[in-house]
Design a protein around this ligand. Structure first.
Ligand code: 4NP
Length: 156
């Protein structure tokens, strides 16, 4: 059965499109694209319709990851239609729990960094107001978290 993954941050222009692009990259490498569907969304409406941040896209390309899509806001039916909802930081996580209309779906919501196997970070830091190294760090951290998540889902 297809596993549907939704990556969520605040603006859906930096961290969550990166997680989506990295997971799609890993799925292609592992020839698993038939078994998964990935999407991303933001808890805010700040950047609806916008392409990924150009600083984030540049950091992705430095590691061979292409970022695509346009920002959208989380919507209520996402909680029913996705199997895994991955929050980049604790604010995103608590916002998602508060938005979720059906408590039966609460167990789908996870902190992305729970799936890291090498990094000890608890959250994916918001790179928006920082320098270029913050964007590169987001890619490194999400490569770890996405591969851990993929492994976890496949073991289920
Ligand atoms: P993201 O980064 O949540 O990773 O997409 C941000 C993008 C925009 C803003 C904050 C974080 N903002 O305040 O506009």
């Amino acid at each position: 059965m297809t596993q549907k993954l939704l990556f969520v941050c605040l603006g859906n222009i930096c961290r969550s499109p990166s997680a989506e692009g990295i997971m799609n990259h890993l799925l292609q490498q592992e020839q698993l694209t038939h078994a998964f569907q990935c999407d991303s969304a933001g808890t805010s409406s700040y950047h609806i319709g916008a392409a990924p941040d150009r600083r984030m896209a540049a950091a992705g390309l430095r590691q061979g990851i292409v970022l695509t899509g346009n920002s959208r806001q989380v919507q209520l039916d996402d909680f029913a239609s996705f199997d895994w909802i991955l929050a980049m930081d604790r604010h995103n996580y608590t916002d998602l729990l508060a938005l979720n209309p059906d408590s039966q779906n609460a167990s789908k919501i996870h902190m992305m960094c729970n799936f890291c196997t090498t990094h000890t970070d608890k959250e994916v830091p918001d790179p928006y107001y920082g320098g270029p190294s913050g964007f590169d760090y987001v890619i490194d951290l999400l490569l770890d978290a996405c591969s851990g998540l993929l492994e976890h889902i496949q073991q289920q």
